[in-house]
Ligand binder design. Sequence first.
Ligand SMILES: [Zn+2]
Length: 143
Amino acid sequence: MPHVKLCPSCERRNLAYNTVCEFCGTSLDQTAPFDAPELVAPKLTLNQYTLTVPLQVELVIGRSDPQNDWKPDIDLAPFGGTSGAGVSRRHARLVWYGHWQIEDLGSANGTWLNRHRLQSGEPLDLTAGSIIQIGKLYLVYHG
Ligand SMILES: [Zn+2]
């Protein structure tokens, strides 16, 4: 299954279903998607727990909000991911481009990768052993 389109204008990677470039707005209608390596779910741990992660190319990390009927793909609420711990409902996302990248979604309290604070719209590559800080919680990416 093809996962990725390269924008002909800014050359940044988009998910295959994007019809316009997420970064510069260029139309991607004429851009053929290409195959990224087979999708593998990221292995993530938080303290001693292995997080349950659905097999999909885009994963929103955050905290569920039952009052508003919201549940992110990776829900940190059962692990202490409250607003008091600085976790937003839609905090960050992981995107599969043949490897996993992480991007902050304009969270109130920020996302860090190996102690580097992500700027909004600045996706960074995950590598095995990467430490992801979501508010006050620390996740480890194992590949
Ligand atoms: Zn573009």
